[in-house]
Design a protein. Structure first.
Lengths: 310, 337
């Protein structure tokens, strides 16, 4: 969670300083979801992500330096500067990519789940998507197919209450997104998406179910993004109130988790501070790596359009 | 059976496709087919007939009627190491799946800095002439060819269909193989063994020196009929079939254009913005000084495809319209005129 938070805050600063081209959709506020789920996953389990996808790659073990370089459009980035924030991926970590199309990644996660069943292994594919994604056709098609074919897929809905700049309740006639699970004939659960441990426990159950061959599970995580849909503004939005933002921040997933583990005596405040210092250094090194990495050579413009067949 | 006998064995267009599918799936356990009715039914046109009986539910997969999810299934499975063949029953339905095809499959490799391999084949059925009307008859290859990352294949014979399908399935790029519905029952020589026809390599199917006809898919056989007729009038047509429309074998077209000095492009798709426009542009870029006439196009008019045979017969290009187009390019009067 902390790695995601500090990475995103650093990315936001670079964006403000005009050192980061394109669009930036920050994951800050929702860290408990990616972390809670990915910590429950095995390395061979796959992930499909969204346009707000940095958190999923960090949680899957992504290299912060290569991530930062990619966000800056540099040659040493994960995608050699060809993908950027919305297409960041690490196939070696079975992270099948962020996705610029809302709902676009879910059918791909289902395809990966099909491959797992086909190969007869017990690997599970996890689809992360937002509340907005559940309104799009591709999403319905994919989740229905996964349910019908009983594929090992875990559906993680990050309900942050807004589809871009529109409140969820204006575009959806149900209060809980998870109600949709019944329509596909799969179990659905709601968890507090600001509580990493609750998310983790629900994910463990869903993953176990999928691994056992019992098919998909739908988990709705109630969460919130602190920043605007795009960019680094937090307050003064037309579509939400500052009071609402402040209310959600009181439930901050990192503060809640740190309080819980220190009070339980699992980890001391000093140890937490040491972890924070370590992550701060890692993020600072990532920024430095990104800044020092060259722009891609123009000669690479037309490479990787196709795989050369020999 | 001797080699000569094997070489002249005939299969239908559908039979050639079906045989290649069996052989490919026996050869490589990572290959499966998924789509609407491809299981026990064997596909609505019989293309996948018998596969389910041999390979079972997981390798001949009946899917929901959900084209986006069908293509997504193929993309995800391909990224996860399989070699999927996904079927979209009619080419028109490609429009339903266009996000997964154009925004996902086509771009994955590039967006990921080259790190993704996508050995995905999409098969579908295009072409008019069956009174299937406006949503089950289209030839939409130009839209697909416009998207970098895709390869688009339009076979004109059973022989080409088998060899091109084998190449598509063995490719590590997303390919779209478009069969023509009026050709399902057309027979031709097809070798029994697996063989590849490389993607992006065209074929001179008839030699001549008066005019070059560039045609693909079913328009090759219509062009042959036109060429037979024109031969009686002393006009020798060369027919070039690019076979793959993306990548396009520009060289074989330009070489022929330089030889005959006249080019007529024929396709079933509508004329405006069709492949004919691209081919005409490339020919004038590469062979302008060799041309004795503007590059001509024989194609469908700019309207949706009508239902009634009384209208559809006037819509789809045929041998007569092709012959008329060639006479016009050569400045020859129609016979009896």
């Amino acid at each position: 969670m902390l790695r995601i938070r500090l990475f995103e805050e650093a990315a936001g600063k670079l964006f403000e300083g005009n050192k980061m081209p394109g669009f930036l959709h920050l994951y800050v506020g929702q860290e408990a979801v990616a972390s809670g789920v990915c910590v429950a996953m095995r390395d061979d389990d796959q992930v499909s992500s969204t346009h707000r996808g940095h958190g999923h790659l960090v949680a899957k073990g992504g290299d912060l330096s290569k991530m930062m370089a990619e966000l800056m459009g540099k040659a040493d980035g994960y995608c050699n500067g060809k993908g950027g924030s919305m297409h960041i991926c690490d196939l070696d970590l079975n992270m099948l990519g962020a996705n610029g199309i809302v709902g676009g990644g879910t059918p791909i996660a289902v395809g990966a789940g099909f491959a797992n069943k086909y190969k007869g292994n017990d690997t599970v594919s996890v689809a992360f998507f937002g509340d907005g994604s559940t309104n799009i056709g591709a999403f319905h098609e994919a989740i229905n197919m996964a349910a019908a074919l009983k594929l090992p897929v875990l559906f993680i809905c990050e309900n942050n209450e807004y589809g871009e700049y529109t409140p969820r309740h204006k575009v959806m006639a149900i209060n809980d997104v998870v109600d949709r699970a019944a329509g596909y004939g799969i179990p659905g659960v709601i968890v507090d998406g600001m509580d990493a441990i609750a998310v983790h426990e629900a994910a463990l159950e869903g993953l176990a179910r999928a691994r056992a061959g019992d098919g998909p599970t739908f988990i709705e995580c109630k969460t919130y993004r602190y920043y605007n849909h795009h960019g680094v503004q937090t307050l003064g939005m037309k579509y939400r109130t500052d009071e609402e933002v402040e209310e959600w921040k009181k439930k901050d997933c990192i503060e809640a988790f740190e309080k819980r583990v220190t009070e339980a005596g699992i980890i001391s405040a000093e140890e937490l501070a040491a972890v924070r210092a370590e992550v701060e250094a890692e993020v600072a090194a990532a920024v430095e790596f990104g800044e020092n990495s060259p722009m891609p050579d123009p000669s690479t413009l037309l490479t990787d359009v196709y795989t050369e067949m020999v | 059976m001797t080699a000569t006998e094997a070489a002249v064995r005939e299969l239908t267009y559908t039979g050639a496709f079906n045989e290649a599918m069996f052989q490919l799936m026996r050869e490589d356990e990572d290959i499966f087919v998924a789509g609407e009715d491809v299981g026990k039914q064997g596909g609505v046109f019989g293309s996948f007939s018998g596969l389910h009986a041999e390979f079972g539910d997981m390798r001949a997969v009946d899917t929901p009627i959900a084209e986006q999810a069908i293509v997504g299934l193929g993309i995800g499975a391909a990224v996860a190491g399989l070699r999927p063949v996904v079927d979209l029953m009619f080419m028109d339905f490609i429009m339903v799946a266009m996000d997964q095809i154009a925004n996902q499959a086509a771009k994955l490799k590039y967006m990921f800095g080259g790190k993704a391999e996508l050995p995905l084949t999409i098969t579908t059925n295009g072409g008019a002439g069956l009174s299937a009307a406006a949503q089950h008859s289209q030839s939409l290859e130009a839209m697909l060819c416009h998207v970098p990352g895709l390869k688009v294949v339009m076979p004109s014979s059973p022989y080409d269909l088998k060899g091109l399908l084998v190449s598509c399935v063995r490719e590590n790029n997303p390919t779209i193989l478009v069969k023509n519905k009026l050709m399902f029952g057309v027979s031709g020589p097809v070798p029994e063994e697996l063989y590849e026809i490389p993607l992006g390599v065209g074929n001179v199917v008839r030699e001549g020196d008066d005019v070059t006809i560039v045609a693909y898919s079913r328009m090759v056989s219509e062009s042959m009929k036109a060429a037979d007729k024109l031969a009686e009038e002393g006009i020798n047509c060369e027919i070039v079939d690019p076979r793959t429309v993306q990548p396009l074998d520009t060289d074989i077209i330009v070489t022929s254009a330089k030889k005959t000095n006249r080019v007529v492009v024929v396709h079933e798709a509508v004329r405006f913005g069709g492949l004919g426009a691209e081919i005409a542009a490339q020919v004038q870029e590469e062979a302008f000084d060799y041309l004795d006439a503007p590059v001509a196009r024989v194609a469908a008019p700019f309207s949706p495809i009508p239902f009634s045979p009384g209208l559809e017969g006037h819509y789809v290009p045929n041998a007569k319209r092709i012959a008329d187009g060639i006479r016009e390019t050569l400045g020859r009067p129609a016979p009896g005129a």
